[in-house]
Design a protein around this ligand. Structure first.
Ligand SMILES: NC(=O)c1ccc[n+]([C@@H]2O[C@H](COP(=O)([O-])OP(=O)(O)OC[C@H]3O[C@@H](n4cnc5c(N)ncnc54)[C@H](OP(=O)(O)O)[C@@H]3O)[C@@H](O)[C@H]2O)c1
Length: 410
């Protein structure tokens, strides 16, 4: 008996020949083993050569009888059949899971297309949007400026901020837009900005804490983890320093941009600056946004200031710009299929900034222009208060500092 191993890549090899007592009829894909009498193997070799298929091995079994060969062949066939069946089943499972995942993501993508249809105008109102020089913040700024609001945007990059300012003015056809330099990773920059803002602006009706860094492992100059510092402590200090001005313009509101992924982590009060797994540190900073929203809503209840937290949706925005080229290409493909545009993501932010519906959901969490449920551990008022006190200590916020700033308004 003779055997041959054929590497049949992308080709189909059919040998239809009956030679002596051994019939040869083979259809092969991938790497296949064939056995037969030497004349039969010759046919296989010539057929392989004809279609350009490589022979990877050639074996002889001189002591094998015809019945031994036949047993061997049927064992071999049974093993092959079993393997093929297992492979087929694994493929079915894989394809089903993949299809389910794709369908779920597509369903989410097309369902999250709610628009803010509230026609309300904002003439005479002043809006401050942190990080309004790109992404969701910039789209929100355009929409609110179109509605007649005086819009302030911030960026820690002057060039980017000035370019965004020109873009917002052009798109909204409003000259009532102003850019400020603000670095939310720097507590002193926040204090300086608030001083200047309060000195120059007599109103603040809507504060949108939109700024945010993605899942990065870095530290601020003040010694906080970048995510917790920029995404939570910065907006916490800023909001507190502007609170008196918000209170003086009732009904005013605070819109904090968080993310739905806040629910996948819990805060560790022994290490609020947790900075180990990038995604977890981001989740925790976004969870802090939700607790902060609930606590400030509770404190401001009787002062005409409403607060809400917003999940804008997953966006194909500028946030990948600080990652490697390869990562950006991969994310571009994923985000262009499954994620929504910044304009679509700004809809819930705009809705929360203008709609009177949110007055009935003070401290609530919104997504797709509607209130959404929070997990029980996220609604824990004790944790929200504890985080507030810890944050006050971390940013060095005292009630006297707040009072001092509030007296400087015009
Ligand atoms: N993109 C998403 O899929 C997604 C999903 C859920 C939630 N969110 C949240 O939505 C918000 C906006 O995200 P986006 O997608 O529009 O991202 P983006 O385009 O990167 O905008 C983020 C903004 O944050 C500002 N920022 C970053 N570091 C800052 C710092 N140190 N000081 C001051 N500002 C700083 C940036 O301003 P400058 O660089 O100009 O200073 C930028 O304008 C963020 O809070 C984000 O966490 C986004």
């Amino acid at each position: 008996m003779y055997g041959a191993e054929l590497c049949v890549y992308g080709a189909e090899l059919n040998v239809y020949e009956v030679n002596g007592t051994e019939p040869c009829v083979f259809e092969m894909y991938g790497v296949s083993r064939v056995y037969g009498a030497e004349p039969c193997m010759q046919s296989v070799r010539s057929a392989a050569a004809c279609v350009g298929v490589a022979m990877c091995g050639h074996y002889t079994f001189p002591h094998m009888t015809a019945s031994e060969f036949s047993d061997n062949q049927s064992d071999h066939n049974a093993d092959n059949l079993k393997q093929e069946k297992e492979y087929e089943e694994a493929m079915y499972v894989f394809v089903t899971v993949l299809a389910a995942l794709v369908l779920t993501l597509l369903r989410k993508r097309f369902r999250s297309r709610r628009l803010c249809l509230d026609p309300k105008r904002l003439d005479g109102k002043t809006v401050l949007i942190t990080g309004g020089a790109s992404g969701i913040g910039k789209e929100t700024a355009i929409a609110l400026a179109r509605r007649g609001a005086r819009v302030h945007i911030t960026s820690h990059d002057d060039q980017k901020g000035e370019a965004a300012l020109r873009h917002i003015k052009r798109e909204s056809a409003s000259m009532n837009v102003r850019f400020w330099n603000l670095n939310l990773a720097d507590l002193q920059s926040i204090r300086n900005f608030c001083k200047e803002f309060l000195k120059n602006e007599s109103r603040l009706d809507i504060l949108i804490n939109n700024d945010g860094v993605p899942a990065v492992l870095a530290w601020t100059d003040d010694g906080f983890s970048m995510c917790f510092g920029v995404n939570h402590l910065g907006p916490f200090l800023l909001t507190n320093l502007l609170l008196e001005r918000l209170k003086s313009c009732p009904p005013s509101r605070i819109v904090n941009i968080t993310s739905n992924i806040h629910k996948y982590q819990k805060l560790d009060f022994a290490d609020l600056n947790y900075n180990i797994v990038p995604l977890f540190t981001y989740c925790r900073s976004k969870l802090a946004n939700v607790y902060f929203t609930q606590e400030i809503a509770r404190q401001m209840e009787r002062h005409g200031v409403t607060a809400c937290a917003v999940h804008p949706g997953y966006v194909a925005g500028d946030w990948t710009s600080q990652f490697s080229f390869l990562f950006r290409i991969v994310m571009y493909v994923i985000t262009s299929v499954f994620f929504i545009s910044c304009q679509a993501a700004s809809q819930t932010v705009i809705y929360c900034a203008i709609s009177d519906d949110i007055l009935h959901h003070n401290g609530g969490f919104f997504s797709d222009c509607k209130p959404c449920k929070l997990r029980p551990f996220v609604k824990d008022a004790g944790i929200a208060k504890k985080l507030w006190e810890a944050s006050e200590a971390m940013v060095g916020l005292t009630s006297s500092a707040r009072e001092h700033l509030s007296t400087r308004r015009r």
